[in-house]
Design a protein around this ligand. Structure first.
Ligand code: FES
Length: 236
């Protein structure tokens, strides 16, 4: 057990104070995640504290937030593993704030929709049942389909901080997930929005997205492959 001070971002658009940090103290036991701590604070100290969460299992992506200066999933972060007497929790940087730790994910969704994140086919399926894929072809998608769309990668990217229309590493990873899929026949459609001032070429390969991803994925590598694909498409 350890007594930890939590400094949590408070923000209410109707309150003149703007953003400020509010302190709460909580006895934290081994096994408690940052999300458990937030829930405990909300349930026992301050019911007005607002944050997103759903699955508590690192699946839904709802609970991404800036915890001690790093984007993390609150439900996958053991509070005691931070080895800190004070834990500071702020919303994901770069997104428009809504309340306390909740941000608007509109730009995350519009970046995703820009890459047409679904299988595009133009030919009839080879059988009357489904489009088959070999195990080797399926293996090529490992590290691409596991994204839970928490937004941690794009939120950590200076290109996004400078341009809120930047499509973002989460969407590039999703685009490459389909471009690399042996069943997909729509590479040009997935990439049509990427060769643009808000697209691929704004990535400066600084790897913040790799550092931030709670699922250990590598959007930077996907971006490099999409850049190769964009050049190939241009030279025919
Ligand atoms: S609550 Fe779903 S990922 Fe954390």
């Amino acid at each position: 057990m350890a007594m930890i001070t939590f400094k949590i971002n408070r923000y209410n658009p109707d309150d003149q104070r703007g953003h400020y940090l509010q302190e709460y103290r909580l006895e934290v036991s081994p096994g408690m995640t940052v999300l458990d701590c937030l829930n405990e604070i909300k349930w026992t100290q301050d019911g007005t504290l607002t944050f997103r969460r759903s699955c508590r299992s690192g699946i839904c992506g709802s609970c991404a937030m800036l915890v001690n200066d790093k984007n993390r999933l609150a439900c996958e972060t053991q509070a005691l593993s931070l080895k800190a007497k004070t834990i500071t929790i702020k919303p994901l940087p770069g997104y428009a704030p809504i309340k306390d730790l909740v941000v608007s994910l509109d730009s995350l969704v519009s970046g995703l929709l820009a890459v047409k994140p679904y299988l595009i086919t133009k030919t009839p399926p080879p059988t009357d049942q489904e489009r088959l894929q070999s195990p080797a072809e399926a293996d090529k998608l490992k590290g691409l389909y596991e994204c839970i769309l928490c937004g941690a990668c794009t939120s950590s990217c200076p290109s996004f901080w400078a341009d809120d229309k930047y499509i973002g590493p989460h969407a590039f990873l999703k685009a490459y997930r389909f471009v690399a899929d042996s069943r997909d026949e729509g590479a040009r459609e997935h990439m049509s929005a990427l060769d643009d001032k808000h697209g691929l070429w704004r990535c400066h390969t600084i790897f913040n997205c790799v550092e931030a991803c709670p699922k250990d994925l590598n959007p930077t590598r996907a971006i490099a492959r999409l850049k190769q694909e964009a050049v190939k498409q241009k030279i025919g």
